[in-house]
Design a protein around this ligand. Structure first.
Ligand SMILES: [Zn+2]
Length: 201
């Protein structure tokens, strides 16, 4: 932990003086990011790093395997749905990017089972993408992990459309839904195209 506190001290000394005005402006007028990114909690796929974005640019949500559950207004503790609601109804973002990534542990667990004693919360969570797994197993692709990472992004995009306030804005053009996949081995970002496939951005 000490190295993180040291990192903070370096940030205060070197970075903060150059960023101060920017943060003061963001604090004074509030945040107005135009894009929400739903990424994985994986420590290697920071959306701000991938998109070289600064403070105030991205409203980021990160969870295991960058999943969006279906619309389920049942009073349960839906953290991801709450963030989607805030981004869309509150911040009125113009785009939501679901950002998958290579070597995703959550997708690996979905395909191969959860390791060890985990599963109390992870099991139900990753089952959001059960249809992605089923579709991949039916096709038997050469790289099932990659195929499932792609398919899970499509499932999350479909689930986003089950939120009435998302669908309404997509249909009238106020909101765009995009899919992406970042390969942590090559640093290449692929975006989901209109043809339904992922290709390098
Ligand atoms: Zn992941």
């Amino acid at each position: 932990m000490e190295h993180l506190i040291e990192g903070y001290r370096r940030f205060r000394e070197a970075e903060w003086p150059t960023r101060r005005k920017q943060f003061e402006a963001l604090a004074a007028r509030g945040q107005r990011p135009r894009v929400m990114v739903i990424g994985c909690s994986d420590s290697r796929v920071d959306p701000a790093m991938v998109f070289d974005a600064g403070p105030g640019e991205i409203f980021a949500l990160r969870n295991v395997a960058n999943l969006v559950p279906p619309y389920q207004p049942d009073g349960s503790l839906h953290g991801t749905s709450a963030a989607v609601e805030f981004a869309v109804r509150g911040l009125e973002v113009e785009a939501i990017i679901v950002l998958g990534h290579a070597m995703c542990g959550g997708i690996h667990a979905l395909m191969n089972g959860l390791p060890g004693p985990m599963g109390e919360f992870l099991g139900p969570w990753i089952s959001i993408a059960a249809n992605a797994r089923n579709r991949v197993l039916r096709c038997d692709p050469a790289d099932a992990q990659l195929a499932c990472e792609h398919e899970a992004v499509r499932v999350s995009l479909d689930n986003l459309m089950s939120f009435p306030f998302v669908a309404e804005r997509v249909l009238d053009g106020r909101l765009q839904l995009l899919g992406g996949h970042f390969d942590i081995r090559s640093g290449v970002l692929a975006m989901l195209g209109k043809d339904g496939g992922f290709s390098a951005a």
